[in-house]
Design a protein around this ligand. Structure first.
Ligand code: FAD
Length: 448
């Protein structure tokens, strides 16, 4: 991949030179720094970079510029460089415009001028944004490849496992997706089928042995369990020590927060998670009410941040691994893990959260994983492109799924037992649903 670009824009030459100098000093080694002296020039630069398929990581722009303001430039940049992180470098007088831009153009950050010392006021913001960008950007594909049918529950489970563990993967089918709206085989679909056929042949597996998982080092597993996939990926599934000060069961926000505080207090801490860190929060497309994140963040983002914070402070995270039983001894408590192994700790903190209620209407169990999914909005979103989707539920997770899937599906219908949406859903989601034309809400519906 070409070196990603950081684009600096300011109409005041000495200020532009100073920004460029500070950016080059810190990021010049890994990123290409480009300076533009106007919004218009910046748009031209972005268009050239697009044609050359050069990724733009961050745009740092002044707000007040003749001809085109910083926010106008950033609005245009959403088309030319949709993945780029957007930062306004503003004078105090323009703070209001910057706050307005958080909503109107999804501004990622604003920094007040002067930004001296950059080590305190500029670099921490850009470091964070670059890490986010790097986590999201899609370079030429080098990750895990999964071959199997969209109607296979195991394929869905592996996709969900990889996605929730933040492992980049590409899913390939042996047949083109005919019979789906908007799914007539095109050149890209045909190339994907070709690649799937080549992988199946090279791995010498039969259709009955699918799904096939091919790893970046060229190794492969046919019909693997999640644990086998995890071990091949090098995820840590077994404890490294027999004794811990603190063992935490459950890697949702509660367990991860406990891991951060336990490890930061110097306790030898282990966290055991049976599916993927992040818990329920890890499955959400956008959390808008988490303190300290004014523009919201995705569940995957929250998980990545929490896992790296806990790991950096020294907590050990075992996943996928399940705690099956707890024995109370003196002075240790003993956790028996699903694979039969044991670990001991002075204290055990149980943060196992909740699981989805299952629907027991006829046919649901048989179709689960093959058209019926629980809380799988992110994993299955692409497959709903151009299709009609029904979501059962009237709580916040149903609301978030409806808003997210409305960006892919032709029509989303929300089936709600209650008499109004507001009974079980936050007002910000009710408002978003009201404002989304391809979401229909049906109240008083009971699925039997
Ligand atoms: C789709 C969705 C969207 C949401 N959006 C928001 C939002 O925008 N704002 C908000 O405030 N809240 C939101 N929530 C709610 C929020 O995510 C939960 O309140 C929060 O995740 C609860 O955290 P927790 O750590 O207590 O439990 P959980 O998140 O449920 O985590 C518990 C973890 O324990 C693991 N576990 C269970 N048993 C075992 C075992 N025996 N061994 C090992 N591991 C085990 C589970 O696999 C799970 O990962 C949302 C929830 C969902 C599902």
């Amino acid at each position: 991949m070409a070196r990603p670009v950081i684009l600096a824009v300011d109409d005041d030459p000495p200020v532009l030179r100073a920004v460029e100098r500070d950016l080059r000093a810190r990021y010049g080694h890994d990123q290409r720094i480009i300076a533009a002296e106007s919004g218009q020039r910046a748009v031209e630069v972005l268009a050239e970079l697009k044609l050359r398929a050069t990724p733009v990581a961050v745009i740092v722009t002044d707000q007040r510029m003749p001809g085109m303001s910083g926010t106008e430039l950033l609005a245009q940049a959403r088309e030319l460089a949709p993945d780029a992180k957007r930062v306004l470098l503003t004078a105090y007088a323009d703070t209001e415009a910057a706050i307005e831009a958080i909503n109107s153009i999804r501004l990622d950050h604003y920094i007040l001028k002067p930004w001296d010392p950059p080590e305190e006021r500029l670099y921490p913001v850009l470091d964070d944004l670059l890490a986010d960008w790097q986590a999201q950007v899609q370079p030429a594909f080098e990750g895990v490849r999964l071959v199997g049918s969209r109607w296979s529950p195991r394929v869905h489970e592996i996709k969900d496992f990889l996605a929730r563990n933040l492992v980049p993967y590409r899913w390939l089918e042996l047949e083109p997706p005919t019979g789906t709206v908007g799914g007539s085989p095109d050149a890209t679909a045909a190339a994907a089928v070709r690649e799937a056929e080549q992988l199946v042949k090279a791995a010498d597996v039969t259709p009955a042995e699918l799904p096939l998982v091919v790893f970046p080092d060229g190794s492969h597993l046919a019909g693997p369990t999640n644990l086998q996939v995890a071990e091949q990926l090098g995820l840590r599934t077994r404890p490294t020590a027999p004794f811990y000060d603190l063992a935490i069961v459950g890697g949702g926000p509660a367990g991860l927060a406990a891991a951060v505080y336990g490890a930061s207090e110097g306790l030898k801490t282990v966290l055991i998670e049976r599916e993927a860190p992040g818990g329920q929060a890890g499955t959400t497309s956008r959390i808008e009410n988490y303190l300290g994140f004014p523009v919201g963040l995705s569940g995957a983002d929250l998980t990545r941040r929490a896992v790296s914070q806990a790991s950096r402070l020294g907590a050990e995270i075992l996943t996928p691994q399940e705690a099956g039983a707890l024995r109370l001894g003196d002075p240790y408590r003993t956790l028996v893990l699903a694979d039969g192994s044991e670990l001991n700790a002075h204290a055990v903190l149980i943060a196992v959260g909740v699981a989805y209620r299952q629907i027991d209407a006829p046919g649901v169990a048989e179709l689960t994983g093959r058209g019926v999914f629980y809380g799988a909005a992110i994993t299955e979103a692409l497959q709903t492109s151009g299709q009609d989707v029904a979501i059962v539920g009237g709580g916040n997770s149903a609301g978030q799924a409806a808003v997210y899937l409305s960006g892919f599906a032709r029509q989303v219908t929300l089936l709600v037992r209650g008499a109004s949406l507001g009974q079980g859903m936050s007002q910000y989601l009710v408002d978003q649903i009201d404002a989304t034309p391809n979401i229909t809400v049906r109240l008083g519906v009971n699925l039997r």
